[in-house]
Ligand binder design. Structure first.
Ligand SMILES: Cc1ncc(COP(=O)(O)O)c(C=O)c1O
Length: 379
């Protein structure tokens, strides 16, 4: 059979985790926590199973969950959304992204994205026969030049894919970026935005997360997606949600109903209850900032130079003082010879551009971070 994605192999995350396992390496590669979820949340999930919430959920998701999410959005982003029409629960942010792209991108439509990029956007665009136009961000700032972005826009441009806090760079969109984006949306009325905000609760040094939902002109043209897996340390649950204005959401749901129809019901019941305590997400920035700062302090003498992370649970590190190998070769050697798994970043860049940096996930126990630091400090 002719492949629809001839250039796609197994994801780098899966390959690195498999190699980490094979070489019994410390794994700071794949983006998931290695500490347990809150016992209160797992107890609520067990209770929901026992209470027999075990049949299909409504297409849009359990209403009590949509309702409390709309309250959270009003509180955090000052936006009133209708829980009936403007939110849909999804099988993680990945399915939200895929379904949103399938909803919005027609063959030949152009989609602007920023690289390095998380790897699920481009295959979704390709499968829907969209054409990707890339703005490649450069180290160490990974800033976006919005004039250069405007140069990528043509009458065929339909969608801009955003991700903030950003995987893998740990960068945030700042107010100047938002202002530039508003200008573009004003000037090009055919543009829509898909905003991946799965790390919304992981921002550091008192920096706010700026959501497209906060800005009326952006919110009117955006689909914004979120992930309970990331927020509540339960990536294996594969539950998330997407928010969009009613007209867009109607189209999204047409695709969603034949994509999955609805998603895991008992865990939605558990999450609706768990979200009643806002501290469960409001405490996250401090929790992850502590991890970031601890890791930075125990690796401060290393020749692996950490690039500051403003958000997400990732940070990049420049290894050019240690080696001039390409990043795949460097990370392979690191696993095999030193027992440490990190992610090479070039695979997320346009044409595998080499920046001689690696991605580190610090959503790990202190014990794991300290064992990794011992290796890093000897490199
Ligand atoms: C930027 C980004 N978006 C989406 C996802 C996927 O989220 P989920 O596990 O909810 O599908 C990830 C997971 O690593 C991610 O880093």
């Amino acid at each position: 059979m002719k492949s629809k994605l001839p250039h796609v192999g197994t994801t780098i995350f899966t390959r690195m985790s498999a190699l980490a396992h094979q070489h019994d390496a410390i794994n700071l590669s794949q983006g998931f926590p290695n500490f347990p979820a809150d016992k209160k949340l797992t107890a609520l999930a067990a209770q929901a199973l026992r209470d027999d919430h075990n049949q299909y959920a409504p297409l849009g998701g359990k209403f009590s969950l949509r309702k409390i999410l709309s309250e959270k959005v009003a509180r955090l982003y000052d936006r009133n959304i209708d829980p009936e029409t403007d939110i849909t629960l999804t099988a993680g942010a990945t399915q939200a992204v895929f379904t949103a792209v399938a909803t919005m991108v027609h063959p030949g439509d152009e989609v602007i994205m920023f690289k390095p990029a998380y790897d699920c956007y481009e295959p979704a665009i390709d499968l829907n026969r969209g054409i990707t136009r890339v703005f490649q961000m450069k180290p160490p700032q990974y800033a976006i030049d919005w004039n250069a972005v405007e140069d990528l826009i043509s009458e065929k441009t339909k969608l801009i894919v955003l991700n903030s806090p950003h995987n893998p760079t740990g960068k945030l969109l700042h107010q100047a970026d938002i202002d530039a984006l508003i200008q573009l949306v004003d000037k090009y009325p055919q543009l829509y935005i898909l905003s991946d905000e799965v790390y919304e609760h992981m921002t550091f040094d008192e920096r706010p997360h700026l959501s497209v939902l906060q800005f009326p002109k952006l919110a009117a043209r955006s689909m914004a997606c979120f992930s309970f897996g990331k927020t509540f340390h339960v990536t294996g649950w594969k539950l998330g949600y997407i928010i969009a204005p009613e007209a867009l959401m109607n189209e999204f749901r047409k695709v969603h109903q034949y994509n999955v129809f609805c998603v895991n019901h008992p865990f939605q019941v558990a999450l609706a209850e768990y979200l009643k305590d806002a501290d469960n997400y409001l405490n996250l920035p401090a929790f992850y900032q502590k991890k970031r700062d601890h890791f930075l302090s125990i690796t401060s003498r290393s020749r692996l130079k950490m690039l500051p992370s403003e958000g997400s649970y990732f940070q990049l590190a420049d290894y050019s003082e240690i080696s001039n190998e390409k990043d795949d070769a460097f990370t392979l050697r690191l696993i095999r010879e030193k027992g440490l798994a990190l992610i090479p970043v070039s695979g997320f860049n346009q044409n595998a551009e080499q920046h001689h940096n690696v991605r580190i996930c610090f959503a790990k126990t202190d014990e794991t971070l300290e064992a990794a630091a011992e290796i890093i400090n000897r490199l």
